[in-house]
Design a binder for this molecule. Sequence first.
Ligand code: RAM
Length: 509
Amino acid sequence: MNRLFLDRAEQNIPPLFSQTVTTEKTVEIVADEKAFLGYSAHALGSMPEVVKAGDRFVLDFGRHCVGKVSFEVRDNGRYLDAPVRLKLKFGEVPYEIARDYATYHGDLCSSWLTEDIINVDRIGTVELPRRYSFRYIEVTVLATPRPTRLSDFSVVCETSADTANWKSLPEGTDPELVEIDRVAAATLRDCMQSAYEDGPKRDRRLWSGDLYLQALTDQVLFDNAMLARRCLYLFAACEEEKEYLPGCLYQYPEVTFDKDMNISDYAMLYCVSLADYYFHTEDQKTAMELFPVVKRQMQISIDLMDKNGIIGMLENSWEGGFIDWAPNLKHNTAVQGVFLYALERLIPLAEALGESETAKAWREAQAKAMDGAKKYLYCEKCNAFINAYDGKQYSVQAQVWMILGGVIDGEKGKQMLKEALVSPDSIKPVTPYMHHYLVAAMVKLGMMEEALAHIKEYWGAMVKYGADTFWEVFVDHNPDVSPYNDPVMHSFCHAWSCSPSYFIRKYFV
Ligand code: RAM
């Protein structure tokens, strides 16, 4: 671990802002075939003042909350001569409350599903020690010796987003965009803690791919440069010799990371994050200090180029790139696109920092990679990037990244993208993360109407389903798509989904 960088990260822990939210409102969670995951919440009334064993109610806080929860437990006139045992179940969406967590059959650890049994030994205020991420709390009274009073459920919501910096969209903005922007901002707000977390429910980690979109979107929403700086230093501190940066890291109890989670495309996007940060803040000191890391990271890919100029895929599945959660997706073409996309942003950074030798070397690498992509990844007769490197796989992901890498443009690019989106044979994006790059590719090709329509169709659909914050995975009409083999494990406030605000505020108002 690089001590200096760790210190810098430590010096940039941002202050948290808090806001208390209380509720007495209850809802009924009902099966609803129109709801995305089959359940919706309907207003019921107020929570009961007095409860007995077996009672159950679902509180609705009216918004997505991240923070610590407290409530009052009192007797109802007679001493409670045994502990009060409550089960509290937390849900970001109604489906989580409806779903019996015991039926979970996914791949990630079930302890992410938030359900706690609390024993209250003494009446008074109960302050729960954990931080929760939720809108709904289901309270079940498992045992109590006598009728008991429960009240004052509240949550102190925390975020490092200074919402005072947030500006509403200009008067007259399309109301659909206003709604999408509002939900996107709430998503980012609740993922902004002492680092940009990917999701406050799960994994609560700093991932470099997520960081890239969060920091970009934060520039147009809350503008927390300190947080961006902290995250850039955190990753730099974890650099290991001749290894791509870890794709994610943990902050507590001390900064650490998993050894086998280096992700090539994420490492390159980390580098782009430094360029974005520098051009936004003009913070020369940070940029100069971290530039050597960026240089070494890009060199790993340059060294992996084969004789055709194509970046080789490392053995480890993560090292070979992430790109999207679409099952069986091949990564080579897309990663080549990420490399070119990164260089296009990094060359101006090198120049701005007076690193002309590096800029020159990067231009050469860019030319070689571009040439290789045109010759070996593109299939002229199908006007698509379908090639042997990806085992002839046809995916929207590969086409998008070739556009973003500048390998194809103009009418040919537009035609290629449109065809890939409608073709029954192509693999389609499944995460809002990948949908971001799809919109970015449309913008790059000047398909502004299509880009706007896509934002409304994709993120707008989540808004129509009642999302308070945007979800980790979303394929409309296909709620079963899950990288973890069970959608209940999904995070429903997921950072990489926040980027519509970036597009809306940069291009559409
Ligand atoms: C999941 C999370 C995270 C993402 C990685 C690759 O665990 O959704 O946000 O970056 O995948």
